[in-house]
Design a protein around this ligand. Sequence first.
Ligand code: SF4
Ligand code: SF4
Length: 466
Amino acid sequence: MSKNFYNPSHEGIRITHPMAVYGFYRKYRTIVEIALLIAFFLFPWIKINGFPAILIDIPHRRFSLFGLQFWGHDTPMLFFVMASFSMGIVFATSAWGRVWCGWACPQTVFIGAIFRKIESFVEGGHIARIKLRKAPFHKEKLIKKTVKWSLFFLTSAVISHTILAYFAGAENLVSMIAISPFKNWAVFLTTGIVTIVVMLNFGWFREQLCISICPYGRLQSVLMDENSLAIIYDEKRGEPRKGLQPKTEEPGDCINCYKCVAVCPTGIDIRKGLQMECIACTACIDACDTVMATVKKPKGLIRYESENGLRGRPSGFWRIKNMIYLGLVSACLIGLASYISNRPDLDITVLRAQESPYRVITKSREEPLISNHYTLNLKNQSFHEIEVDIKHAEDSRNKGIEIIAPTYPEMIAPGKTTKNHFFITFPKSLLSEKGQLNFQLHIAATSNNKTTRNYIKELTLAGPVK
Ligand code: SF4
Ligand code: SF4
């Protein structure tokens, strides 16, 4: 068993107490973690186009993503968003290995940047933590464990409320907090359960999720190949390890100090080769580089490298597999952009009513009028109310064409669909020999910010053949 494990057999899982590490990658990972945490906690509060940067309102089936608003029925949009994200991760894995796990996965970020920091603050360095864990229960242990788990609970409560804000909106979160939990017991109970799950996951289960549950961890072996970047120990340079080499041989650069194992959050020894448990957190690179600097050897005994690179072969980034993944990511993004640019706020369907295509209205001493009956189906796809009115061009009014639409103008609520009837009447003399008349129906949609967009629908009005 590695030195930094506490693994009581009755628990069945491995709890690690990794040593703190400092170095080049640790510095940049800290910057990335802070940026990601700020984004996580602020996104529900930031408004873009009047809506939260991210909103996943499942009960009302509406979603907001950095200024884009879409509904549950916008299946192509949901598909393109999810496909772009999934294909982006597949491409990144093929090119740069588990870069997502090491740098951006919430599991890694929350544990490394918050929960382990709290633990070290309360219980001390990794040796002190292991000693405390193995020690029998006494007053100091009870106090430290109580303080640590209380801080874990408070942090988890903040995280679970932020998660709630993503689903309910920040304003709703504030009003829910302001009222008694018993008036909103379902939300209160759900948030309580999420708090407990978050606390146990980040505070206790930790990287075991990456090793035994996360499906992406299992998928990586399929997605990566000998050209993918991974965190690799340079065996040729490091072996035989100092102190373990035959007397006749010169030792390699590895001084067998076990620092790379002591800092590993999953408790593996990277010198045994690429392993599924490695979440590419870069801690062993920093630890080993510090050791190499101390023994005055070049850095990079453990480094980002591909298997081909390690063998001195070229590792091509622009290989067919990567090109296909990149092509699929680009296709998904182009599909998303095209769907967004072509998606109007108002979805309009004009259908001829199902009874006879026209009626002839005859009045004494006047030219007969033809009446066509239509239904207008409108879907408000925006997050604003829209006032809809239907009109026709001025010149068609001069020709005696009239629209009879008693229900318009009509106000349509966000996400709602309406269906109304209207009639178009016109003098029989306007019909062609085939009994047809081309007509442009103008639909004016005014949103509550007073912007008006005009939609034109081409109709072929029908009447008796001459
Ligand atoms: S930290 Fe470097 S030198 Fe020390 S055991 Fe690991 S690989 Fe060897
Ligand atoms: S082997 Fe290195 S990179 Fe992989 S999880 Fe352990 S410390 Fe992180």
